[in-house]
Design a binder for this molecule. Structure first.
Ligand code: SR1
Ligand code: MG
Length: 392
């Protein structure tokens, strides 16, 4: 049975009924707006006359971007609550403040970051936000290390894997990222100018490489990952200062740590091609070109810094070197797959979609060309400097 859905008219009474939330805002002067512009959920901002505010997120019993014809269990918000529990425990400074979870109503409450900007929008506007990529890299390292067999005992990890299965949303990722872009599927769509570029994805060995990446996604139950860590899942400060807050964790499950890094890499590629076609200033494009190195370097440094605290010393230093190499290659491959899906399949990205038609096709074709190289050459691309030259 579905949990009763909130509306702008019932949010104040709901907050009043939840003592920890009622302490955060004055419910007698509350104004409420529904701001959900993502693909799946209801999101409300409740603000009082003195300026105090909070955000409520409730899962709908269907996929918002499609409608009730695509039912989806509201249970997915359990994964988001687990994701916040881990993020708050292991990487609190790069997470919104988490005010808790109402399991029966399928509602989580978090800090209102309305005075921040979703990073994708800020990138689309050509704004430099220093240090955000490093924060993402450190965040992935801290949660990846802390929830894996490096940071927790094996029995604990096995229990966590069992507790964090997220069947419906993993199925969405498997379908939208690794399957549908490479077959005829009604949810795929592209402009006529991209026809040849898209059709050619099915030629040569790309689908075999995508199969290997899909297998890694489905079977590498390594750590509790975010599962959808694109630039639309990150808030950055609107004033250009350094910071990042990672949100929207409903796709979390025990999967490959490289998937979160790759999700970010693929979205950087979208931002880069948008910037190139719009001829953004060199300073902005150069900064974009450094984001993957910034994220990876921070990830690797943080992981190496945490390594001496691992709970099982039978994982040797040489093993770590090999694991990092593997994680890098896999992240590059996932990055390519994530970029391709945003051009071909359901749920596209505004970086490319908001471009004028001719710019759109130029940028999208470049994304496909470079992303393909990332996937196919991922094992031989040594580092971020080399990655930045691939396909260019
Ligand atoms: C049907 S859900 C479509 C997409 O929205 C989310 O942001 C995920 O990326 C998912 O693949
Ligand atoms: Mg999302």
């Amino acid at each position: 049975m579905s949990a009763e859905l909130l509306t702008v008219d019932t949010v104040a009474a709901y907050i009043a009924s939840r003592a920890p939330l009622a302490e955060l805002v004055d419910v007698s002067t509350l104004s409420v707006v529904e701001v959900g512009d993502g693909n799946l959920n209801l999101v409300f901002i409740a603000s009082d006359a003195a300026g105090a505010s909070l955000v409520l997120k409730q899962s709908l019993p269907y996929v918002r971007m499609v409608g009730e014809s695509w039912p989806l269990s509201q249970d997915r918000i359990l994964a988001e609550a687990r994701g916040y529990d881990a993020a708050i425990a292991l990487s609190p400074e790069s997470s919104p403040v988490y005010y808790g979870f109402d399991e029966p109503r399928r509602i989580i409450a978090i800090e209102d970051l309305s005075d921040w900007t979703v990073w994708r929008r800020s990138l689309n506007d050509g704004r430099i936000t220093p240090g955000a990529a490093a924060i993402i890299g450190r965040h992935v390292a801290r949660i990846g290390f802390g929830t894996s067999v490096f940071g927790r005992g094996p029995a604990d990890v096995k229990r966590a894997i069992a507790a964090s299965i997220n069947i419906d949303l993993c199925q969405i990722s498997e379908d939208l990222i690794f399957t549908q872009p490479y077959i005829d599927h009604p949810d795929n769509a592209w402009t006529p100018g991209l026809d040849e570029a898209v059709r050619s994805l099915r030629e040569g060995g790309l689908i075999d490489e995508i199969a290997a990446l899909k297998h890694a996604f489905v079977t590498h139950a390594e750590a509790l990952i975010h599962g959808d860590l694109h630039t639309g899942s990150v808030f950055v400060p609107a004033d250009g200062s350094t910071g990042a807050r990672i949100f929207d964790i409903e796709f979390s499950f025990y999967g490959p740590i490289a998937f979160d890094l790759g999700s970010f890499f693929g979205n950087v590629l979208l931002a880069q091609q948008r910037a190139a076609v719009l001829d953004r200033p060199a300073e902005f494009q150069d900064w974009l070109d450094g984001l993957i190195a910034e994220a990876w370097d921070a990830f690797e440094s943080e992981f190496r810094a945490l390594w001496p605290s691992r709970v099982d010393a039978s994982y040797t230093d040489a093993f770590l070197d090999g694991w990092l190499r593997q994680t890098w290659s896999l992240a590059v491959g996932f990055g390519g797959a994530k970029a391709i899906r945003r051009i071909v399949g359901l749920a596209k990205a505004s970086d490319i979609e908001s471009l004028e038609p001719s710019d759109h096709d130029t940028a999208a074709a470049e994304v496909l060309r470079i992303a393909r190289s990332w996937v196919e050459r991922r094992e031989s691309i040594a580092n971020a400097a080399e990655l930045s030259t691939v396909g260019r």
